[in-house]
Design a protein. Structure first.
Length: 318
């Protein structure tokens, strides 16, 4: 083992994905072009993000370098995270210039949820010349890989040059007027995971986390868009009717198992955040029908054209 100067895990508020206070990390022999990890930890077999001595921002920079090499472009402009029900929408954004398997990029893994793609794509946004980095899946908190893995995608996006991230999800709706297939802008969130992606004394203001400017851009594309507060539960089980009533009392309009932790990390990394939920089903207790993930996927298929046109219009307008 040898030691090198690295960067401490908690970057200051408003810093970029690579910015952080100076610290020291244990390292094994170096690997050319990639971060060096503690003995016994390799990017091929075990995620380096699971080791607390490894700087997660360094892994994000490594991932960004691999993406740049595989796509042939140094910088991407906007990142999109496609949640349940959103998988087909990226096809309408523009021309796919490169496709990369997640497992080929440091810190990323295969898709763990049906209806998600285990690949990321570099898409040239039609009519703009800009590049979108589109993630076909995300790491969910319930996978047990740790919160660093959950937010690795947004940190990598920032390291890849993106200044904006669009976080999408499939969710349960608490308002009866929002039927399956309804896209809803996220105006705020309630984090019910009892954790944070930020480590140490890292204080970040979340007052306007979900950008009012980007919500206005989205409404300029589709004036019928409503907005609401999203509550992130841990999953993987669906919420009980009592939990849904609790979330409603707290002020939630939408419930799901993702997004909030990623949004916090995105703000910390300096990204402007747009959150869009696709209501795929009424939340538990709102409807007498039991919940089923197949219903989530089918609602996404049915709304694919509308959601694809919405995302396409938004990213062109950025």
């Amino acid at each position: 083992m040898w030691r090198e100067q690295g960067t401490a895990v908690g970057a200051p508020a408003g810093a970029s994905a690579g910015a952080s206070a100076t610290g020291t990390f244990a390292r094994s022999a170096p690997v050319v072009g990639l971060a060096t990890y503690p003995e016994g930890v390799t990017q091929q077999t075990t995620s380096p993000l699971s080791d607390p001595t490894v700087d997660p921002f360094e892994i994000a920079r490594d991932a960004a370098r691999v993406i740049a090499e595989r796509t042939g472009v140094e910088k991407h402009d906007v990142a999109l995270v496609l949640g349940s029900g959103w998988g087909q929408t990226a096809d309408l954004i523009g021309e796919v210039k490169a496709t990369i398997d997640n497992t080929d990029v440091p810190g990323f893994g295969a898709a763990a949820v049906a209806g998600h793609s285990g690949q990321m794509r570099s898409i040239e946004i039609e009519g703009s010349g800009k590049r979108a980095l589109v993630y076909g899946t995300r790491t969910h908190f319930y996978e047990g890989k740790g919160v660093r893995a959950v937010v690795h995608g947004v940190r990598t996006a920032a390291a890849a040059g993106c200044d904006t991230v669009v976080l999408t999800n499939g969710c349960g709706g608490l308002r009866p007027e929002w039927g399956p297939g309804t896209p809803v802008l996220m105006s705020d969130h309630i984090n019910l995971t009892a954790t944070s992606p930020l480590e140490g004394a890292t204080f970040v203001d979340l007052t306007d986390l979900y950008s009012p400017r980007l919500r206005d851009v989205a409404r300029s594309i589709d004036s019928s868009l409503d907005e609401g507060v999203y509550a992130q539960f841990t999953g993987p089980h669906y919420e009980t009717p009592a939990e849904v009533r609790m979330a409603k009392t707290l002020g939630a309009d939408l419930v799901g198992m993702s997004t909030a932790l990623e949004a916090i990390a995105a703000r910390h990394a300096g990204l402007e955040v747009l959150g869009i939920s696709l209501v795929t089903n009424p939340a538990a207790g709102i409807s007498p029908t039991p919940l089923d993930h197949a219903e989530v996927i089918e609602a996404g298929r049915a709304a694919a054209v509308r959601c694809g046109q919405l995302l396409s219009g938004i990213v062109r307008a950025l």
